[in-house]
Design a protein around this ligand. Structure first.
Ligand code: ZN
Length: 202
């Protein structure tokens, strides 16, 4: 059983409604994070045999039959097949995909711009396959031309980044007791931190 500041505080409060609304991490049958529900929903899933408890909080909640520790992490006993969330196209996500590297000259810098490979004036789309990171020099040199017209070569064919399996997380939702169940999240964060270092360092 893991203890966490929030849970300890909640445990002191005689407020069962609060406890039933606490967030619970839901893992798929294969242990991949699936979504976040509240304790009420988690208890319903457990009661119907659709999930098992992997971790609990110190808070007790009353079910129809007895008081039980509020679940913190549950795992479904069946597999939910769901497409992963595609990352939303944004300036920052383009830079992250490209490793903060100009896709024409390869310079790694925080002074990046977005370049439309096929210029918008020629009908180029705002899409993962047509927007790349470019340093200001390269962007200026390319101007309103296609790469071949400007005799410039892309380092690689732009493509959508791999899906983000944690898109369902909102800032501040993360609970320390969930960390052992989210090993991929730590890797993702380490990568983001490294890129943020590049972005800040220039
Ligand atoms: Zn460049």
């Amino acid at each position: 059983m893991t203890t966490e500041g929030n849970d300890a505080r909640e445990g002191d409060q005689p407020a069962p409604r609060l406890a039933t609304r606490s967030p619970v991490l839901v893992l798929n049958q294969n242990y991949q994070p699936l979504n976040i529900c509240d304790v009420r929903r988690a208890i319903s899933l457990l009661g119907r045999g659709k999930a098992e408890t992997l971790d609990v909080t110190e808070t007790f909640v009353r079910s129809a039959y007895a008081a039980m520790p509020a679940p913190a992490v549950i795992r479904l006993v069946y597999m939910v097949r769901r497409p992963l969330h595609q990352r939303r196209l944004s300036r920052r996500e383009i830079f992250v995909r490209d490793g903060y590297r100009c896709q024409y000259c390869g310079t790694q810098t925080r002074h990046l711009t977005l370049d439309h490979v096929i210029p918008r004036s020629r009908g180029g789309q705002q899409s993962w396959t047509n927007v790349v990171s470019a340093c200001t020099e390269c962007n200026h040199h390319k101007a309103g031309r296609t790469p071949s017209e400007a005799r410039m070569k892309l380092m690689r064919e732009p493509a959508p980044p791999r899906p983000n399996p944690y898109a369902f997380f909102h800032v501040g939702q993360m609970r320390d007791s969930w960390r052992p169940f989210l090993p991929w999240l730590e890797a993702e964060r380490a990568e983001q931190a490294q890129l943020a270092g590049v972005a800040a360092g220039g």
